[in-house]
Design a protein around this ligand. Structure first.
Ligand code: ATP
Ligand code: MG
Ligand code: FE
Length: 337
C-alpha cells in the first residue's frame, strides 16, 4: 500500500510517500525556520500562510520523487493534532480534498504517534515498549503494550524539553531554534556550571523543566548585572547535563518497572547528540535495547506520519471526511481500537 502523508502541525510543511508503513519513497520537508527566526519563535498566523503557499508544491515534489503518480496512492494520511490549529487545517483541507477526489481512505494521524513510529521506518519494533518523547511541545514517557496501544505514564508539568532549550538559547541570544546551538556549545565546554535537577516525587515519571530554566536565566542575569564574563559554553553544558540526567534516569526506571523490551527515543530533541550518547551508554550498561531514528526523522516530517497512519490503514480504521483539526489531540485516544 502506498500512503501519501502530509504534516503541517507547526513550522515544517512536509509531504512523503511511504510503502507499507516501512519504506520511504520520498520525504520532502520545507522548513519555515528562516521566516520565524526574526521573531524568535513560531508566529502561528505566518505559519498557516506559509503552509498554504508551499503545500501544493511540496506535495507534487513528494509524488514526483516517489516515482508514482497521485492515482497510485492507496490512502492519504494527515496530522490531525496536536499542533497549531490554523497550521493543521492547511494539511487537513488538502488531505480531505485529495481523499475525496481520488476516492481513497483518509487517516487522521496523531503527531506524537508519528514521532514514535518514525522508529518503524528504520527498526523492527518489539512490544511491550517504552518511548521517551522529547520535542518542542512534549516531554512524555509512553508505554506501548502492543502495536498502536499507547499509555502515557509520565509527562512534563510545565515546559517541554525543546521549549526549555529554545528559551535558554534565546536568553543567550542564540538563533531560533536554539536546541542545536546549545547542543554544540555544550560539546565545546571545558566544564559545567552546576544546576539543579528536578526529580519530583521519588515514584513519579513526570518531568519539570521550568525551575531549571529559571536557574539558567538567573545565572545569565546575575552575570549581566555585575558586568561579569559569562562562560556560555559551561552554562549550556550545565543545563544540558541536568536535562539529560533526569531524562535518562526516569526513562530507564520506566523501562524496568514495566518490563519493556526496548526503549525508543523520539521527537526533535532526540537529535541532541549529548542525549543520544548518554542514553545509549546507559542502555548498554543496563542491557536495554535502544532504538533512535536518524536525526532527519526526529524533527518534524511527513514520513513518520505515514508510518503511524499505516497501523490504522492495515486494520481498516479510516477517518471520517468531516473530521476536525484537534490542537489538543490525546495520544491514548488515538490508540488502535
Ligand atoms: P511537538 O512535536 O511537541 O508538537 P514540534 O513539532 O515543534 O513539537 P519538533 O519538531 O519535534 O517539535 O522538535 C523541535 C524542537 O527540537 C525544538 O525545540 C528544537 O530546539 C529541538 N531540537 C532540535 N535539534 C536539537 C538538538 N540537537 N538538541 C536539542 N534540541 C534540539
Ligand atoms: Mg518545527
Ligand atoms: Fe513534532
Amino acid at each position: 500500500a502506498l500512503i501519501l502523508a502530509l504534516e503541517t502541525s507547526c513550522d515544517e510543511t512536509s509531504a512523503a510517500v511511504i510503502r507499507d508503513g516501512k519504506h520511504i519513497l520520498s520525504n520532502v520537508v520545507a522548513s519555515q525556520i528562516d521566516v520565524h527566526e526574526a521573531f524568535g519563535g513560531v508566529v502561528p498566523e505566518i505559519a498557516s500562510r506559509k503552509h498554504v503557499e508551499t503545500i501544493t508544491l511540496i506535495m507534487e515534489q513528494a509524488i514526483k520523487e516517489s516515482g508514482y503518480s497521485l492515482r497510485d496512492m492507496s490512502a492519504i494520511a494527515v496530522t490531525q493534532g496536536p499542533g497549531l490549529v490554523g497550521a493543521l487545517l492547511v494539511g487537513i483541507i488538502a488531505a480531505k480534498s485529495l481523499a475525496l477526489a481520488l476516492d481513497i481512505p483518509l487517516i487522521g494521524t496523531h503527531h506524537i504517534a508519528g514521532h514514535i513510529y518514525a522508529n518503524e521506518l528504520v527498526h523492527e519494533m518489539v512490544y511491550p515498549s517504552m518511548a521517551l518523547v522529547v520535542s518542542g511541545g512534549h516531554t512524555e514517557l509512553v508505554r506501548m503494550e502492543s502495536e498502536g496501544q499507547f499509555t502515557v505514564v509520565g509527562r512534563t508539568r510545565d515546559d517541554a524539553v525543546g521549549e526549555a532549550y529554545d528559551k535558554v538559547a534565546r536568553a543567550l541570544k542564540l538563533p531560533y531554534p536554539g536546541g542545536p546551538h546549545i547542543d554544540r556549545l555544550a560539546a565545546e565546554a571545558a566544564e559545567a556550571i552546576p544546576l539543579p535537577r528536578a526529580w519530583l516525587e521519588s515514584d513519579s515519571y513526570d518531568f519539570s523543566f521550568s525551575g531549571l530554566k529559571s536557574a539558567v536565566l538567573a545565572v545569565i542575569n546575575q552575570a549581566r548585572m555585575k558586568g561579569e564574563h559569562l562562560d556560555e559554553a559551561a552554562l549550556a553544558r550545565g543545563f544540558q547535563e541536568s536535562v539529560i540526567e533526569v531524562l535518562v534516569e526516569k526513562a530507564i526506571r520506566a523501562v524496568k518497572a514495566s518490563n519493556a523490551r526496548s526503549l525508543l527515543l523520539c521527537g526533535g530533541v532526540a537529535a541532541n547528540r549529548g542525549l543520544r550518547s548518554a542514553l545509549s551508554d546507559r542502555c548498554q550498561a543496563e542491557g536495554v535495547p535502544l532504538l533512535v531514528p536518524p536525526s532527519s526523522l526526529c524533527t518534524d516530517n511527513a514520513a513518520m506520519i505515514g508510518a503511524a497512519a499505516y497501523l490504522k490503514l492495515k486494520r481498516g480504521e479510516w477517518t471520517e471526511l468531516d473530521m476536525k483539526a484537534d490542537p489538543g489531540f490525546s495520544l491514548e485516544e488515538w490508540s488502535l481500537s
